[in-house]
Design a binder for this molecule. Structure first.
Ligand SMILES: [Fe+2]
Ligand SMILES: [Fe+2]
Length: 351
């Protein structure tokens, strides 16, 4: 680590001009280039703030403000870890004074008259420790920022890949990728409305786009057939939930585990008449119960090759009509309450 000890600013506060001169000359002779001083202790604080010194050499007995008062002032503006060391210089070298100076934050103590070589070596040690710690803190901060930036980048890349995967399935199905964006945002809004915590809402937001990922595995002649599906074709179509479950299986991440659950369950119905497992009520995960309502609402209010977009009123009427059979009644009621926010999302991400 590179530190420039001789370039560090040293502030001398001593009411005796002779002392200040002696200290200045000794320090300059030793190569220090950046020395500020005052013989008026009332100047200590403004100089401290102006020059941001890396070491303060402070006399104790001075008119106006004594060394203890100056220390108090400096500590009120110096920030914790970054407070520079204070080296106290005084003729009053009894133990009580010395102890009091340490208690008030002095780093080191030298009785006058001092041996100049000893003083220079203490100055050097104090500066070295302070500047190294400062450099280390700077380096840590930089590393932390880098790690944070990298983590954010990873997070957003992962999210983007997931959203695109969801879109890919939707494009194949109905030529628009915005459906997954809208329905996942409605889902997060509904999750928040029923009191799920922020990270849970976030998980739902990111898992929901993959609900129909299994459609990638459905042959086009079935998936894109404009007419009604026959019995066998319908059976093939239904496999998109288990195919989705397989695509998203065997991953340890919380997000993909949830995505798999949603993909597998999103055609289950609240009354147990859905597929693939005929799950009923709370056997269906809360996340899926949320997603199902939002998915259907958006599908109804969107135009598809085989149908026009329903009005919001008609779509809400449909949710109410299927409340208790397809959907959990409590969630339908909550969804109606967040309708203004849902419509704002719909507006923002319209096809
Ligand atoms: Fe589906
Ligand atoms: Fe969907």
């Amino acid at each position: 680590m590179d530190i420039n000890i001789k370039g560090a600013c040293i502030l001398i506060v001593d009411d005796e001009p002779k002392n200040v001169e002696l200290l200045r000359q000794s320090l300059e002779h030793d190569g220090y280039e950046n020395i500020e001083s005052t013989t008026d202790s009332r100047e200590a604080l403004p100089l401290f703030e102006k020059f941001n010194p890396s070491l303060v050499l402070l006399d104790l007995r001075m008119p106006h403000l004594d060394g203890f008062q100056v220390m108090k002032q400096l500590q009120s503006v110096g920030k914790g870890d970054s407070m520079p060391p204070i080296l106290v210089l005084t003729a009053q070298s009894d133990n009580v004074i010395c102890l009091r100076a340490f208690e008030r934050g002095a780093r080191d103590f030298m009785g006058k008259p001092f041996n100049i070589h000893e003083l220079l070596s203490r100055v050097r040690n104090s500066l070295e420790v302070y500047l190294l710690q400062k450099a280390l803190r700077g380096q840590n901060e930089m590393l932390e920022q880098k790690v944070q930036a990298r983590t954010e980048e990873l997070h957003s890349t992962r999210l983007s890949v997931i959203q695109r995967l969801g879109r890919a399935a939707e494009y194949k199905d109905n030529e628009t990728g915005n459906h997954v964006i809208r329905m996942s945002q409605y889902s997060a809004l509904l999750a928040k409305k029923i009191g799920l915590d922020e990270s849970h809402c976030d998980l739902i937001l990111n898992a929901a786009p993959m609900h129909d990922i299994g459609k990638i595995g459905i042959p086009d002649k079935v998936l894109l057939k404009p007419d009604k599906l026959d019995h066998d074709e319908w059976a093939v179509m239904k496999t998109h939930v288990t195919i989705g479950g397989e695509i998203l299986s065997e991953d340890s991440s919380e997000l993909l585990k949830l995505a798999q659950k949603v993909a597998l369950q999103h055609h289950e119905r609240f009354d147990g008449s859905g597929y693939p497992n005929g799950l009923k009520g709370e056997e269906i995960a809360i996340e899926t119960r949320i997603v199902t309502i939002c998915d259907v609402f958006d599908a109804l209010t969107s135009e598809r090759p085989y149908k026009k977009a329903w009005s919001v009123e008609d779509a809400i009427a449909e949710l109410e009509d299927k409340s208790g059979s397809l959907f959990e009644p409590k969630l339908v009621a909550e969804f109606k309450e967040i309708l203004p926010e849902v419509l704002a999302v719909r507006e923002k991400h319209s096809d």
